[in-house]
Structure formats: structure tokens, C-alpha cells
Design a protein around this ligand. Structure first.
Ligand code: MN
Length: 324
């Protein structure tokens, strides 16, 4: 077997669980098989040998940790969401402080209150040493292109903090998935939901207003790199009223967006992402524990890219987007 530790790695979508947040995590149990869900819950709560050994087995020097599930974004009471976001960030900061060389973190934010979320993002990156934030899709049917999030984007841009949009379910039942529970979740609906979220941000002009804002998408960009040419060509002839953008849509996806390999271990979409979005845009991630580190490590070490590209994806590009 190839040496899976040959290329140093920083991994960007590596999840954990705090015991008080299991109820929120359980809201996603409809999307995942019960066998995987139960096993994951146990692994998610380990910050010791088990997690470190799995990192060491494929040369992951540092894992940027993030809470699994929607967390406080599923909380109905805004004040509770704000308070508990701080709680879980303090918990994560303790784990990072115990192993600062091995664990980084993404802030968890109560997006019900955009200004409180901006304040907490600032606290997390300034005081707790976090690398940015992970946001789990829509919150109360509101997406990040909504005007109410302008103060949030302004702060994120000022801080240089990347915002990683992680999949979540849509706010309502969608008829096109009826009779197909297998399509509702990671097989397909999360891709549609998350890619649409990113497209809302680009087409709303959010990145014209906040040109230095940084967005990260997992799962090899949720199919977006594959479609850049078509976005430009169809935007030109779309029924868009008085909407304007300063650049063709694809340019925002090359300027403001980064893409991780989380949960995708296949050469074709990797090649497409590097070629379409740029070599500096693609970063390694496992999606631990929902994907196996060994599988991700075997794949990236043997992927049909050259060693310069492999080093960029595995660790060098992280410095260009994360606050590390
Ligand atoms: Mn994930």
C-alpha cells in the first residue's frame, strides 16, 4: 500500500459532538441510516486517541473541527440559540487548547440573530483562535443572501474569516423528493440545497458588496465547478429584471469561493474543480466520521494529479483561506 502520510494534510470538514447538542443533531437522523448514525455519535465525541490515530494514519497534521448537525440553527428560541452557541464554542476552544498543534476550529453561530452571530464570530477568531465559521444552511427559512445578514458579512470580511456552508435540509418538504427518502439527504437533496445557497449569494450581488468575503463549500463544491460556463451563458439570457452583477457569475466562484474534497473520493470531480475554479481553490477534507479517513487518504495520495497539485490541495491552500 502507498504511504498515506506522504503528503502533509490539513483537513477542513471534521466533525465533533458536544453531549448537550445531541438533540439538535438528532433532527438530521431522518437523512442518515440508523446504523451509521449510532456509530457516528460515539466517534464524534472522542477527542483523544481514536481521532488522533485516524488523523495520523493518513498524515493529517491538523483537523479544523466543526459541530455536527444543525446545532443551534435548529433552536426556536433566539436567546437560547445565542447563549448555547457561545457554550459550544467555549467547549471547542478547550479541546483546541489541549492540542493546539492538532485541532483548529470553526465557530458555531446562532444565525437567528445576525449581529450576535457577527459578535460571536469575532470573539471566536480573535479570542479563541478559530479559523472562521461553519454555517449549516438556512436558518428559519432564511439564507445568507438576505439583507439582514449584511452586518454579518461586513464583519466576516473585516476579520478575513471564511464562512463554510455545510449542508442542511430545506425549510419545507419538497414534493420532488416524495416517495424517495433515499434522495433526501447526502445522496442528492443536500447538494441541491447547498449549491442553491451559494448561487443565491453570488446572484444577489453579496460579493459585489463584500468583495473580500470568503465562502467555502464542501463536497467538491456541490457540483458548482462543473457548471461555471453554463451559469455565465444562461445568466446573460435569464429573465433577471433589473438585477446586475459587476462580473460574470463564474468569476465570483473563482474569487470568493473555495472548495473542499469532503465526502468525495473521486478523481474526475477533483480534476474538474482544479481546472474550473483554480488550483489554489481546492482543499482537502474528510468529513469525519461520515467518511473513512483511510479511504480519503488512499484516494488523495493516489489521485491522478501531480505532486505540486497534491501539496496545494492537501495543505498549502489552507493558508490562503483559513485564519490559522
Ligand atoms: Mn459534513
Amino acid at each position: 500500500m502507498a504511504d498515506l502520510t506522504r503528503t502533509k494534510k490539513i483537513a477542513l470538514e471534521e466533525h465533533f459532538m458536544e453531549p448537550d447538542f445531541i438533540d439538535y443533531f438528532n433532527t438530521t437522523s431522518i437523512n442518515i441510516s440508523p446504523a451509521l448514525f449510532g456509530k457516528a455519535l460515539d466517534v464524534l465525541q472522542d477527542f483523544g486517541e481514536r481521532r488522533l490515530e485516524s488523523m495520523d494514519s493518513i498524515g493529517i497534521e491538523k483537523s479544523v473541527l466543526s459541530l455536527a448537525g444543525p446545532g443551534v440553527q435548529a433552536e426556536k428560541m433566539t436567546d437560547v440559540a445565542v447563549r448555547r452557541a457561545r457554550q459550544v464554542n467555549d467547549f471547542l476552544a478547550e479541546k483546541m487548547a489541549e492540542k493546539p498543534d492538532r485541532y483548529g476550529g470553526f465557530a458555531h453561530l446562532a444565525m437567528q440573530d445576525p449581529v450576535a452571530a457577527a459578535d460571536e464570530l469575532e470573539r471566536c477568531v480573535r479570542d479563541l483562535g478559530m479559523s472562521g465559521a461553519m454555517i449549516n444552511g438556512q436558518t428559519n427559512a432564511t439564507y445568507l443572501d438576505d439583507d439582514r445578514y449584511s452586518p454579518f458579512w461586513e464583519r466576516a470580511e473585516d476579520l478575513g474569516a471564511p464562512i463554510y456552508i455545510h449542508p442542511n435540509n430545506p425549510p419545507e418538504q419538497v414534493h420532488m423528493y416524495s416517495g424517495h427518502p433515499e434522495l433526501f439527504g447526502p445522496v442528492w437533496s443536500w447538494t441541491v440545497e447547498t449549491a442553491t445557497h451559494a448561487l443565491r449569494l453570488v446572484f444577489s450581488g453579496t460579493f459585489d458588496r463584500f468583495p473580500k468575503a470568503k465562502l467555502i463549500l464542501g463536497h467538491m463544491g456541490e457540483t458548482i465547478p462543473f457548471l461555471l460556463w453554463r451559469f455565465d451563458s444562461r445568466w446573460d439570457i435569464s429573465n433577471r429584471g433589473d438585477m446586475t452583477l459587476e462580473m460574470p457569475p463564474s468569476e465570483y466562484f473563482r474569487r470568493n469561493v473555495w472548495y473542499t474534497t469532503s465526502g468525495v473520493c473521486a478523481d474526475e470531480p477533483l480534476r474538474c474543480s482544479i481546472d474550473a475554479a483554480g488550483l489554489d481553490r481546492v482543499l482537502f477534507a474528510v468529513d469525519y466520521p461520515f467518511e473513512k479517513p483511510i479511504e480519503a487518504g488512499e484516494w488523495i495520495e493516489g489521485a491522478s494529479i501531480d505532486d505540486e497539485e497534491r501539496a496545494a490541495v492537501c495543505h498549502e491552500n489552507a493558508r490562503g483561506v483559513l485564519l490559522l
